[in-house]
Design a binder for this molecule. Structure first.
Ligand code: HEM
Length: 280
């Protein structure tokens, strides 16, 4: 093992010994309910979005980006328009970091999203610690690596294939993720939840996708789709899960089989949050 690898190994071992991850889990659970954080009063969904955007910059060709480093703490990455709003999630987690200073931000962001998902009904995901925070913004990935909601299947595949995912994993991740939470006009220009139960993980997104008729919202805002009563919404990329023949195949399976979605989502989400990070 090279000297540098040995140093990293020792740093991780030391970091891991100092942190009581079970206690961190309990403390994160305590702060999930936040009255005043949008109309649902629960920060689970935004913690999942934080973890996904920190991990979703990964490029398998040169192993750059990914959750290791927590580089979104730096303006260079946070100012990517796709990350709007995520400073709010980072702020909520700061109190946990203060209480458990030895945990890296990069581990904390991922672990907090596992706690959030469990709280919202998904079986527990085993956490592997060991991510190390970057010391400056030199490791920030270039902007533009996250998917663009206004685009189509071509952009979606470019982004997710770059990370090493296949079509089935794309469908599980996007449709599973968008069961939760909502779009906030003040963050991204899109508005509304995808389902009627945004604080509960389920296959409801896929049921809505096929059962509702999605019509373009008439407003002076970004192009999005709504149901007849304008209560729920879909992004242009969400509708690709219905309209692309290969994505559709998996969406139909998940619409019928909640257990399969839970299991496939958990596997793909763990893979996503461990991209570019390996235990030495
Ligand atoms: C094509 C891929 C994707 C696109 C274009 C996309 C786009 C978006 C947009 C525009 C929002 C609204 C943010 C806001 O205004 O607050 C959002 C929210 C969200 N996304 Fe995605 N997303 C994608 C994939 C994913 C994946 C893979 C996950 C998780 C595995 C995910 C989880 C979430 C969650 C939980 C929220 C709700 C956040 C909240 O309530 O604060 N998304 N997404």
């Amino acid at each position: 093992m090279s000297k540098r690898l040995l140093e990293i190994n020792q740093q991780i071992a030391c970091q891991n010994k100092l942190v009581d991850y079970e206690k961190v889990r309990q403390d994160v659970k305590q702060i999930l309910k936040q009255e005043g954080h949008d109309e649902y009063g629960h920060i689970g969904p935004i913690l999942v979005r934080l973890a996904w955007h920190s991990a979703g910059t990964y490029n398998k060709l040169d192993q750059s980006g990914g959750s290791n480093g927590a580089t979104m703490r730096y303006q260079k990455e946070l100012s990517d328009p796709e990350n709007n709003g995520l400073q709010v999630a980072q702020k909520y987690l700061e109190q946990i970091k203060q209480k458990h200073p030895a945990i890296s931000y990069s581990d904390l962001w991922i672990l907090a999203s596992y706690v959030a998902l469990e709280d919202m009904g998904l079986p527990r995901i085993e956490f592997v610690p060991g991510r190390i925070d970057a010391l400056d913004d030199s490791k920030c990935p270039p902007q533009g690596r996250l998917p663009d909601p206004s685009k189509d299947r071509v952009n979606m595949r470019q982004v997710f294939y770059r990370m090493g995912f296949n079509d089935q994993e794309i469908v599980a991740l996007v449709g599973g993720g968008h069961t939760l939470g909502k779009c906030h006009k003040e963050y991204t220009g899109y508005e509304g939840p995808w389902t009627e139960e945004p604080i509960k993980f389920s296959n409801l997104f896929f049921q809505e996708l096929f059962n509702e008729e999605w019509i373009e919202k008439k407003w002076d805002g970004k192009k999005q789709f709504v149901d007849k009563e304008d209560k729920q919404m879909m992004l242009p990329t969400d509708l690709e899960l219905r309209d692309d023949p290969e994505f559709r195949k998996y969406s139909l399976i998940y619409k019928e089989d909640n257990d399969r979605l839970c299991s496939d989502f958990s596997k793909a989400y763990k893979k996503l949050t461990e991209l570019g990070f390996r235990q030495f």
